[in-house]
Design a protein around this ligand. Sequence first.
Ligand SMILES: [Zn+2]
Ligand SMILES: [Zn+2]
Length: 330
Amino acid sequence: MNAAILTSPQPVAQRPLKITDVADPELKPGHVLLRVRACGVCRTDLHIVEGELPPKQPGMIPGHQIVGEVVDGPTKETPLGARVGVSWLGGTDGSCPYCKRGEENLCDSPTFTGYSVPGGYAEYALARADFVFPLPEALDDLHATPLLCAGIIGFRSLRVAGVKPGERVGLFGFGASAHLAIAVLRAWKCSVYVSTRGKSHRELAAALGATWVGTETEKPPVELDRAITFAPSGDVVIAALASLRKGGVVAINAIHLDRIPQFDYDRLLWGERQLRSVANMTRADARDFLALAAQIGLKPKVTVFSLDRANDALLAVKNDAVDGAAVIVP
Ligand SMILES: [Zn+2]
Ligand SMILES: [Zn+2]
């Protein structure tokens, strides 16, 4: 099959992914073999390809927002031909203290799709049968891909931030995850304050129903109940913290941050403000979010790249040159 292989991590401008012919994945017990119909590009793929997340295995195939069709290893829930989604959490051990507490997103021995096992920048992919999600008809291939990580993790961020219907919620950064989260927030009748660099991102936020839109240096005009940050930047986290009311929560939706700058505890964190990270996702987050996405008719904006152009897709994500989400179609 044709696949995009990462031999050694490098800045994406140096085109570290080699598009080449490799052996098809072999079916293993407890797994389904999928023909990849589309695979979304996530900022985490960029961190993997550029080496901010250290390589787990040489020759990795990135990609963890896979829409695939079951072509081997069918189960009762996922018969041959079934259309399923695969996300970042490719498996857990089911036996560690976190799994036993129902916090599988924190599992001590997780498997990550496109990082510890090969992902979806390829024509075929193998996935654990108990970690794929049958996709509702209402979600087509291309538009379902960004839901599978950006969407689910954006949704989890809203849960971690404790968002309640009707609240004032800030979104700091407006990439793939935020532009899905705003649809959920609007469905929950929240007012949404978006702070982001990039004129086209601000225009998209306004078009999607933001109450207020500003640049990354502008402060929302009201105190926020909750804020979610999406940029891999500690400065943005501090800006979000500075916008909160007492008792408010910042949820950091970033697997990697450049640093956290020193900040004034008395002014920014005192008053029971909270700073929380968002780690991975649970299967329950995925199922709840996909059902909600189908119900509210969530249709993300997507830009399609062929598999040959996987490096270009990553570069576009890095440069914030994609409105909405980039999707690779093998
Ligand atoms: Zn576990
Ligand atoms: Zn992701």
